[in-house]
Design a binder for this molecule. Structure first.
Ligand SMILES: *Cc1c(COP(=O)(O)O)cnc(C)c1O
Length: 229
């Protein structure tokens, strides 16, 4: 079985190669380790190798693991669907929430963010392939959501996140990333000071970086397959 350090260095090499091919500086692309359904000791293993940002999808699972490693210096990102009855936990226990697609969630997170923690970093999730079952705002909804997020005192708007359809054809993923980047550029042109384009997962790191990703969210390539239960 491959070691955690072997996997981490392979993922870093994939990112570096994609940056080289795109003429980009690898320092522009952050790696978020997606640790859903992996235990706290696996997270601590990667932390000890220098990986500091971790993403979780399920609130109760994440809170349980956080309690097991309360002293660890981890930057926690929430990337799963947000239910309104979970916003209080998210506002207290995470540094970032990347998966916001509606006004109500923005308002609740801002109201519930403890002032002592400073503003919560947020990204708007874009449903870029317009899939009926998937979370995310439609592109035309983004300007109003971004304006609201930027106006709320408990939030700091950082950018956009997308999960394209699981295309077999990498060119289709690349087109979805390009459309997301276009949405990001429109918000910047409206004056938003945003710096984060969260796109790319284990299977599509290279096309995401080619289209301007500044944060790739990688689970399987770092941890191996997830327990399906
Ligand atoms: C699970 C997940 C990932 C990681 O997916 P892998 O294919 O395992 O790299 C990234 N982003 C989101 C939103 C996820 O839910």
């Amino acid at each position: 079985m491959e070691s955690a350090s072997g996997r981490l260095s392979a993922v870093r090499k994939t990112i570096a190669a994609a940056c080289a091919a795109a003429g980009r500086d690898p320092a522009e692309v952050r790696l978020l380790a997606v640790s859903k359904r992996h235990a706290a000791d696996r997270i601590l293993g990667l932390l000890s190798l220098g990986q500091q940002a971790f993403g979780e999808n399920y609130v109760s699972e994440a809170l349980g693991k956080q309690a097991e490693m309360a002293d660890a210096d981890i930057e926690w990102h929430f990337i799963g669907p947000v239910q309104s009855n979970k916003t209080r936990d998210l506002a207290r226990a995470f540094h970032w929430v990347q998966s916001i697609d509606r006004e109500k969630i923005l308002r609740r997170l801002s109201d519930q963010r403890p002032a002592s923690l400073g503003p919560l970093n947020v990204c708007l999730q874009v449903n870029i392939d317009e899939e009926a079952q998937k979370s995310g705002a439609a592109p035309p909804e983004l300007p109003a959501l971004a304006a609201l997020a930027a106006s709320l005192p408990g939030l700091r708007l950082r950018g956009l996140m997308c999960i394209p359809r699981a295309w077999d054809d990498p060119e289709k993923s690349r087109q979805a990333f390009a459309r997301t980047r276009h949405c990001f550029e429109l918000l910047r042109a409206e004056g938003h000071d945003i710096d984060t384009l969260s796109m790319g997962m284990s299977g599509d790191i290279a096309p995401a970086i080619a289209e301007g990703s500044t944060m790739v969210r990688v689970g399987t390539a770092l941890f191996g397959p997830r327990d399906p239960s």
